[in-house]
Write a protein that binds this ligand. Structure first.
Ligand SMILES: [Zn+2]
Length: 445
């Protein structure tokens, strides 16, 4: 990432202060005097594990506390007393993940104030909001009251958790801005089992108007390219670029074939040199195509990209339904935006699954909301890292100097196992000092 944004910044201290307020509002089911640990300590403890990307972080901090009377969970995150993992699980389980949403709003607002959100604008000066579902938990045995179920032909049941994880993406940028997730889970009073599309609609019902005011284009895979969903987007004033496959959109492709015969499908061809070979990008586009075979069907604009090598072999092909009016120039931007949707999988959803954030390592599944609450805290830790990369000069410098985030957190893990730092600033300054050139040696002779 290049120059920092500013002058508006939030620090990790600001973020943990805000976290304290959020966790203080968590549901506390305890009665009587059994209240040694606070909800704030439980919440911050869980967050610190995900932020530090270290399942053993708290164990080491308990040990530091015993040996030296100080620990990094307190100095870096403000944990007063570290509860046991079992305590943390029981304390956090009753609170639904929606209780974390104010933190997402706080961090998004900070990014907006700093100009980061506007810098993320793309085609037509809109924000690109990618929606996608990711299954982050699956088990034949472990389950809670909010698991979805998959019943197999042999009578066995698999328990799963899936989340719709919206992110803002930008073609050409390796950074995504994670937004509050929406969980696919049994809904009160619903006749049908919940699904990704319904969860996405719930998310839009809460956040759609906000993003409509910000001028936003929704990206999604073929599943989202569905008339009722597109109408929901339209009614909220949101544009869209959605994958539109021939296998699931027969009407669209009948129309494309018909328009092709009458010369109403436009073609644009660009040839590129990749450094190794020539590749040809053939764009086709057409306007006002009914999305399904019904009277008064929603009309969309359609575009397709086919990339071929010098021998005519197809290297890539994809097509999109969109609200954008297409021209020879605009079609290239629209397809680039539609393709940037993969970032949600690469840059965001893997954080729930890869080892870096150690999902469920310490705390298990819970009986009520724990699984989805922890998933939301993991995405929040990931968003916090992203925010710091934009706003914390020392953190950004460390990210630039060290080859990967994994290496950075390996080093942080080792340092905080043996040493206690007064603050996050002190820790990052200590690390940056090791990159300073050595002091000049006195001359000899
Ligand atoms: Zn569950």
């Amino acid at each position: 990432m290049s120059a920092p944004f500013g002058p508006y910044v939030v620090t990790l201290d600001d973020i943990t202060k805000q976290l304290r307020r959020t966790f203080a509002g968590f549901i506390d089911r305890r009665t009587g005097k059994n209240t040694t640990y606070t909800m704030v300590d439980a919440g911050l403890s869980a967050f610190s594990v995900f932020f530090m990307q270290s399942p053993s972080f708290l164990e080491y901090q308990r040990s530091l506390e015993q040996r030296r009377g100080e620990n990094n969970a307190r100095t870096l995150f403000g944990v007063h007393d570290i509860p046991s993992d079992n305590h943390t699980r029981n304390l956090l389980d009753p609170t639904p993940p929606s209780a974390v949403e104010p933190m997402y709003a706080y961090l998004f607002n900070a990014l907006e104030q700093a100009g980061v959100v506007d810098a993320h604008r793309s085609v037509g000066q809109t924000l690109l909001l990618a929606l996608d579902g990711t299954e982050y938990f699956s088990s034949a045995n472990i389950h809670c009251e909010h698991c979805s179920t998959r019943r197999h032909a042999n009578g066995k049941v698999t328990y799963v958790h899936t989340a719709v994880t919206p992110v803002l993406v930008k073609p050409g940028s390796d950074k995504v801005i994670a937004l509050a997730p929406e969980f696919v889970q049994p809904q009160d009073g619903a006749l049908k089992q919940d699904c990704e599309l319904t969860a996405a609609k719930r998310w839009l019902a809460r956040h759609g108007t906000h993003f409509s005011h910000l001028k936003t284009t929704v990206l999604g895979d073929d599943l989202y390219c569905h008339e009722p969903f597109c109408r929901t987007l339209q009614s909220l004033g949101l544009g869209f670029i959605l994958v539109c496959k021939p296998t699931s959109h027969a009407t669209v492709y009948d129309w494309v074939a018909h328009l092709e015969r009458s010369g109403a499908v436009h073609t644009v061809v660009h040839t590129r040199w990749t450094g190794k070979r020539h590749e040809t990008d053939t764009y086709r586009f057409a306007h006002a195509i009914p999305l399904c075979d019904a009277d008064g069907a929603l009309e969309v604009n359609w575009c397709e990209l086919t990339t071929t090598d010098g021998h005519g072999k197809i290297l890539y092909r994809n097509a999109f339904a969109t609200t954008f009016a297409l021209t020879a120039e605009r079609v290239v931007e629209v397809v680039a935006a539609g393709r940037s949707r993969w970032k949600i999988e690469n840059e965001n959803n893997n954080v729930l699954k890869t080892k870096g954030y150690h999902f469920e390592h310490n705390y298990g599944h819970g009986q009520q909301h724990l699984s989805s609450l922890l998933a939301s805290l993991i995405i929040l830790a990931f968003l916090t890292h992203t925010v710091l990369e934009w706003m914390d000069d020392s953190y950004r410098l460390l990210r630039q100097k060290l080859p990967s985030r994994q290496r950075l957190f390996n080093d942080i893990r080792t340092l905080t196992t043996y040493l206690c730092f007064d603050s996050w600033t002190a820790l990052t300054a200590f690390m940056l000092n090791s990159f300073e050139p050595p002091p000049p040696q006195p001359e000899t002779g």
